[in-house]
Each structure stands twice: as structure tokens, then as C-alpha cells.
Design a protein around this ligand. Structure first.
Ligand SMILES: [Zn+2]
Ligand SMILES: [Zn+2]
Length: 420
């Protein structure tokens, strides 16, 4: 199917030699690429990186497909973004080392503004290795060699840039037929960088506050049942978590934004609704959702929207359907399993999703103890967290742990020893 097309250095012969299984996705037709297209596609990718190399941001904007340009224009010509060197704006020079056409599955459904191109097969994916000098370095770009997936799209005028995102070593797994939009689990992030609907980037805001705000915007004013609220929070949280770790939207200098999640817009909850959402986010704080153990318990793209249900196993949690299910007595876990089990929203099947928790976020507020140690128990599974020996302080006839307050009787003889 796809012959590897390399510009300069070969990446690895193994990539070129291995036939790549194309993964079907209902929202994505196979890419239509004629032999004539290939040089034009490569030129589109190359001119994109050349514009960055020359720091010609007006040209960089014009490399994108016309409907996408307004957003990139407001990003590139925002004085704060330029001053702080957000995303690609921090790149001082960039040379393309190699370029290779890769499987259609890299056209992630996450990029909703590219769906029209996907549905007509007017797209292609390239793996590009570049060498960059970056100043100041940011969370998305640093000096040296790096690999990126470029999704290019076609309209009547020809091929344009659609988006870029960071390539990870998961690519090798993809070639073996495992995954590519899966990323390794890391503990819950503390911050996230989000773009709101107006294009303003909010840098390193508290992860928890972001989830509260997005949930309020999405469903906070709808009076959903508690289990529906919990399921929505989980979908939003895992989407943000995945996007942060996977460095999607890297070129634009943020982790996630509109239209994937709505931050700081339609924030029309009243004080009591906001409070309800805030405490629900707090209850959900320890929980996470990952792919099945068989698929490596990975973070994955949990799609989320406000439209009618796309059905069981669609990989997209529907807000109205989640409420309907909660009204029918389904728990938040059942709702998540319904939408995400065996889904392949972006790519491979996630299997039966695993809902787990991080004990450190579910610490009891008071100590439990035995005769030698005290600990804080996990409120969900009872596991002992931070187990340490008591710090005994001796009193006449008894001793007391100065940390947990446990008492023990002390024989008179040992008091005499202690006093000696
Ligand atoms: Zn636990
Ligand atoms: Zn103690």
C-alpha cells in the first residue's frame, strides 16, 4: 500500500518494509491519494516546516487549509503568544530530516475540525523528523531532533496542513498492530493548558479547576442525576488527561481546547450548581479510566459530546443519553462501560475499560492503627497509605502516639526503666 517516501536520511528500513494494517473508522474514509498527489503532499509538509524555519508566521498560517486559518492567525499574531513563545512560535529554526507517508489511522478523530476531510478521504498522514533550535523551550518543543505526525488535507486548491501532533514511540507498537493513540498511564496531572472558545490560551491552570469549569460549561446547569454527572466528569477528565500526556495540539501551545471541550464559555451555572459540580469532581478525584489490561491499561481518547447517542461501544459519551441511563438507575460505572467498552473511536479496540483509583487521592482524614503502626486508609479500597511506626510519648501508666493519639498501657517496671 504505502511506499515509504524519504526526503533525506532513511528512518529505519523496518518501517518501510512492514505493511501497515489500515484500521477502519466509521467517520473516516480511506485516504484517496494518487501518484500525482505524492509530490504535492510532500511539498505541503515541507513548506509548512520551511515557514517555521524562516519564522514567517503569515506564510505559516497560509499553509493551513482555508477554514482553519482564522484560528491559527489569531494564535500566531497574539502578542502574548509571541512574547512567551507558545508552541511553534518558540522554534527559531527547523530542518526536515525525513518524511514518510504513514497509515490513515494517524488521522485522529480527536481533531473534529478535520472530520469533513476525513469523511471524503481528502487527507493523508506523514511522519516527519525534524531538527530544531527552540528558545525558550516549552512543554511541546525543545532543541534537537523530534518526530511529529502531520495530517494534511485536500480541497479544490490542493494540499494544505491540517494539524500536527507529537509522535511517540508508540508508533512501533502501532506497526505491530497494537495501538497508537494509547499513551502510558501517568498519575493525575496537576496542571493543564487549555484554549477557550475565543482562542485565548490559559497556561498551566489547575487540572481540577479545569475539570470543574468544563463540567459546569458542558452540563452543570442541566440538573443531571448524580451518576450522570459523575460519568460526564470522568469522560471530560480522561479526555483532558489523555490530551495532556499525548501532547495533542502541540503546535498551538496548548493541551486541549474548543471544540473538544468547552472552557470558560456558556458558564451559566448558578452558585449552587457550581458547588454541586465542584463536590462531584472532588468525589471523582481518585478515579481514572484506562483501556483493558489486555491492551496495556493505557490512557485513550474518550470522546465526549452533547449530541444524541452514537450508541453502545461508540467511544463517545453522549450527554443526553448519560442522563437517560442515570434516570433508568444505571451507575456512573455502568454508563462509562456502555459507551467505552470495546470502542475504537480513534483506533484499536480498548477492550473492557478498567475503572481504577489512585489511593493517594482517597486518604481518610483520620488515622487507623495497630499496636505498632498507624496509617491513613484509602476510603475506596481500604489500602494502607503512609504506614509508619507510632511515636510514643510516655506518661505515668500509659504511652500515647503523638501523631495518631493511640494509647497503650505501660507496665510499672517499664516506666521505671524509662525514667532511669
Ligand atoms: Zn485505594
Ligand atoms: Zn500512631
Amino acid at each position: 500500500m504505502i511506499a515509504a517516501t524519504l526526503l533525506c536520511a532513511a528512518i529505519s528500513p523496518a518501517y518501510a518494509a512492514t505493511p501497515q494494517p489500515s484500521r477502519a473508522n466509521p467517520g473516516r474514509a480511506p485516504s484517496i491519494t494518487t501518484p500525482d498527489d505524492v509530490p504535492k503532499q510532500k511539498a505541503a509538509v515541507l513548506s509548512y516546516w520551511n515557514a517555521i524555519d524562516e519564522n514567517d508566521w503569515a506564510r505559516w498560517v497560509r499553509c493551513y487549509a482555508p477554514p482553519l486559518r482564522a484560528e491559527y492567525e489569531s494564535f500566531a499574531f497574539n502578542p502574548t503568544n509571541q512574547e512567551e513563545g507558545m508552541g511553534v512560535l518558540a522554534i527559531k529554526s527547523a530542518q526536515v530530516i525525513s518524511m514518510e507517508r504513514v497509515d490513515d489511522m494517524y488521522a485522529l478523530m480527536f481533531y473534529k475540525d478535520l472530520h469533513t476531510y476525513y469523511s471524503s478521504g481528502s487527507y493523508a498522514c506523514y511522519l516527519v523528523e525534524i531538527n530544531t533550535f527552540v528558545k525558550p523551550e516549552n512543554d511541546y518543543f525543545s532543541t534537537g531532533k523530534s518526530k511529529h505526525i502531520c495530517i494534511i488535507v485536500k480541497d479544490d486548491a490542493g494540499w494544505h496542513m491540517g494539524t500536527i501532533y507529537a509522535y511517540s514511540t508508540e508508533y512501533e507498537n502501532a506497526l505491530r498492530g497494537v495501538t497508537n493513540d494509547f499513551v502510558d498511564f501517568i498519575t493525575q496531572p496537576t496542571t493543564i493548558t487549555i484554549k477557550d472558545k475565543k482562542g485565548v490560551i490559559h497556561k498551566n491552570i489547575s487540572f481540577t479547576e479545569a475539570i470543574v469549569n468544563i463540567t459546569c460549561n458542558e452540563i452543570g446547569a442541566m440538573g443531571y442525576k448524580t451518576d450522570a454527572v459523575y460519568a460526564n466528569i470522568m469522560a471530560i477528565k480522561m479526555l483532558c488527561w489523555w490530551a495532556k500526556v499525548a501532547k495533542f495540539q502541540e503546535g498551538d501551545g496548548y493541551d486541549i481546547g474548543y471544540p473538544n471541550v468547552t472552557y470558560l464559555d456558556h458558564f451559566n451555572t448558578n452558585a449552587s450548581q457550581t458547588k454541586t459540580i465542584r463536590s462531584a469532581v472532588d468525589v471523582m478525584k481518585p478515579y481514572y479510566m484506562v483501556s483493558s489490561s489486555q491492551t496495556g491499561s493505557k490512557l485513550f481518547d474518550s470522546d465526549y459530546d452533547g449530541y444524541a447517542s452514537k450508541g453502545k461501544g461508540s467511544g463517545t459519551l453522549s450527554q443526553p443519553e448519560s442522563q437517560k441511563m442515570a434516570l433508568n438507575g444505571k451507575t456512573w460505572q455502568e454508563i462509562l462501560h456502555y459507551f467505552y467498552d470495546n470502542s475504537a473511536f480513534n483506533n484499536p479496540n480498548v477492550g473492557i475499560v478498567k475503572i481504577g483509583h489512585e489511593c493517594k487521592f482517597a486518604k481518610a482524614s483520620s488515622y487507623s492503627s495497630n499496636s505498632t503502626q498507624h496509617w491513613l486508609a484509602c476510603k475506596i479500597c481500604g489500602a494502607k497509605i503512609t504506614v509508619v511506626n507510632h511515636t510514643w510519648v510516655q506518661y505515668t501508666g500509659y504511652a500515647k502516639c503523638s501523631v495518631c493519639g493511640r494509647l497503650k498501657e505501660v507496665a510499672a517496671s517499664s516506666i521505671m526503666n524509662y525514667l532511669k
